[in-house]
Design a protein around this ligand. Structure first.
Ligand code: PMP
Length: 341
């Protein structure tokens, strides 16, 4: 089967975009890693490959084992592709209301989808069913992305050091990093890497203003920023380590993602628009120029049947109408040492 090392050439090492912006009379540059360049088109390939790498090397994942995980989106696609490349059977438990495209991508990658109805508990029910499938069996591996510290290490050992090396090549020191929280692996891992190199860097989680989970500790309201803000605070999130939470309205995130595609040719997903607006908020604080970094987790391809491609109504408190995207430079990723465990 395909080796972990070979897959390592297809995951990570993403370019850094330095995007020149104008917002309410100020010009500044924001920095974002373009994660749609990964094997299956999202940042989740990093976590999937690293969890499977650590588990293979420790013996927790044996060659004949089935990988089983509850996920509705990019993680399912990443685990299906990387799991199959490594020769494993893959079972993905997902709520049955997920889009037809999403199910088709995962099943085309040879994974088995177990649809879970709202009556069976939806997303929380999917987690329970995956756990129940593995209970008492020693031939099932559960990545448990929300609780697995290897998810954080994927970003601490690769995404973060890549970002630092790219900023350094531009003679920049990060002042702040911000990322929307799904599992929290990205913000915790990149945050740790940046803080250990530059202790004064602030590290901010972002969540939807219309459905704050981190602020409230539970699911409140609905939002359309796919991939972030699930029903609970993930166990790998340490709010004491993180700085102020940044809020972004989902409609504003949609408008920002549309602007990145229309004005700069960067066809990104909704959470990328949200990360951009969170970075704008941090960059325009104070009087000096802050070096603010984030990432663009995926492309727009999975959202072509959603509000991302429809006209989004404006609201007075949105930021995008005041934001002009002037252009960008891309910086390649230097080769770093291969990931260890
Ligand atoms: N954006 C998208 C599109 C995602 O799929 C995810 C992962 N669920 C995130 C952002 C958040 O990443 P993380 O799980 O590392 O917090």
């Amino acid at each position: 089967m395909t080796s972990l090392d070979s897959l390592g050439h297809l995951v990570g090492g993403t370019p850094l975009l330095s995007i020149r912006c104008r917002f309410r009379g100020r010009e500044f540059t924001l920095h974002a890693k373009l994660e749609s360049i990964n094997l299956t088109g999202s940042v989740k390939d990093r976590m999937a490959l690293h969890i499977l790498r650590e588990a293979t090397l420790s013996g927790a994942l044996q060659p004949q084992d089935t990988i089983a995980e509850a996920t509705s989106g990019n993680t399912g696609i990443a685990l299906a592709a990387i799991g199959r490349a490594l020769g494993h059977s893959v079972r993905i438990y997902m709520p049955d209301w997920m889009s037809a495209e999403r199910k088709a991508v995962i099943s085309s990658l040879g994974a088995e989808i177990i649809p879970v109805s709202a009556a069976e508990g939806g997303f929380a029910g999917s987690v329970e069913l995956a756990e129940a499938f593995a209970a008492g069996r020693d031939d099932v591996f559960l990545p448990r992305q929300f609780a697995n510290e290897a998810n954080v290490r994927a970003h601490e050992q690769a995404t973060g050091p890549e970002l630092l090396a790219q900023l350094e090549s531009l003679d920049l020191v990060p002042s702040a990093f911000v990322a929307g929280v799904g599992t929290g692996g990205t913000v915790m891992g990149v945050g740790r890497a940046l803080r250990s190199a530059h202790p004064e860097t602030t590290v901010h989680p972002m969540e939807p203003a219309n459905s704050p989970t981190l602020r409230t500790g539970e699911k409140r309201g609905k939002h359309r920023i796919a991939g972030i803000s699930d029903e609970f605070i993930p166990p790998i999130i340490d709010l004491d380590f993180l700085d102020e939470i940044i809020d972004v309205w989902d409609g504003d995130a949609i408008l920002a993602a549309q602007a990145l595609a229309r004005d700069l040719g960067l066809a990104v997903g909704i959470s990328s628009g949200a990360n951009l607006l969170a970075a704008v908020q941090l960059a325009t604080r104070g009087t000096g120029e802050n070096v603010v970094a984030t990432l663009f987790p995926d492309s727009n391809k999975k959202y072509l049947s959603t509000d991302l491609v429809r006209e989004e109504p404006l609201r007075a408190d949105y930021l995008t109408p005041d934001l002009q995207l002037l252009g960008f430079e891309a910086c390649a990723c230097p080769r770093l040492a291969p990931l260890g465990v």
